[in-house]
Design a protein around this ligand. Structure first.
Ligand SMILES: Cc1cc2nc3c(=O)[nH]c(=O)nc-3n(C[C@H](O)[C@H](O)[C@H](O)COP(=O)(O)OP(=O)(O)OC[C@H]3O[C@@H](n4cnc5c(N)ncnc54)[C@H](O)[C@@H]3O)c2cc1C
Length: 148
């Protein structure tokens, strides 16, 4: 990094020359990977008693500005699902609330997974695109509509 930063403006180069002492600990490489909810129901949801929303459900690179939008949508759909579980007007609920909870949260997770998995992939594609200025075009993923 120090070699690569030799041509930088001194104010920026100093980040690479002064941030770490010469005798620093080994630098670790962090492998980035896509994350979205796995198969439905997610293995750790304890029959619909535990679930996740937002970045915990689908972590997106920021290049399409989508993550917060999905987090809001997740919370809206989850709230709606929870209201349905406790709706006394629904006849099944009095019989077996645990079963209703399990299937309602599984349905929520299924929709969050499908929407999130697509968005995670588009955000990843977009993050590669924006680092290749020459190949950016109107058709690039970074310019396409959100999956919402
Ligand atoms: C640079 C950047 C630009 C972005 N731009 C956009 C954009 O333009 N449009 C858009 O839609 N999205 C954008 N995003 C994505 C958006 O910020 C996230 O998707 C969104 O904040 C996710 O919300 P969240 O509630 O799931 O998670 P977070 O906002 O990360 O909230 C999680 C909270 O949990 C807290 N926490 C963590 N661990 C613990 C613990 N053990 N105990 C207690 N609290 C804990 C954290 O401190 C944090 O406050 C951007 C993200 C980045 C990084």
């Amino acid at each position: 990094m120090r070699e690569r930063a030799e041509c930088f403006h001194p104010l920026l180069r100093v980040i690479f020359t002064d941030a770490l002492p010469d005798n620093h600990q080994p630098i670790l490489s962090i492998n980035l990977q896509d994350w979205h909810l796995p198969a439905v129901p997610s293995p750790h949801n304890l029959g619909g008693r535990v679930t996740v929303t937002g970045d915990a459900a689908h972590t997106m690179a920021m290049y399409r500005g989508e993550g917060f939008n999905h987090a809001l949508l997740d919370d809206y759909y989850l709230t709606t699902a929870i209201e349905k579980i406790y709706d006394p007007a629904v006849p099944d609920i009095a019989e077996d609330i645990a079963a209703v909870q399990k299937s309602t949260i599984a349905t929520f997770e299924d929709s969050a997974r499908r929407r999130g998995a697509g968005a995670v992939k588009m955000c990843r594609d977009a993050s590669f695109e924006v680092h290749e200025y020459e190949t950016l075009s109107e058709a690039s993923t970074v310019r396409q509509k959100r999956i919402l």
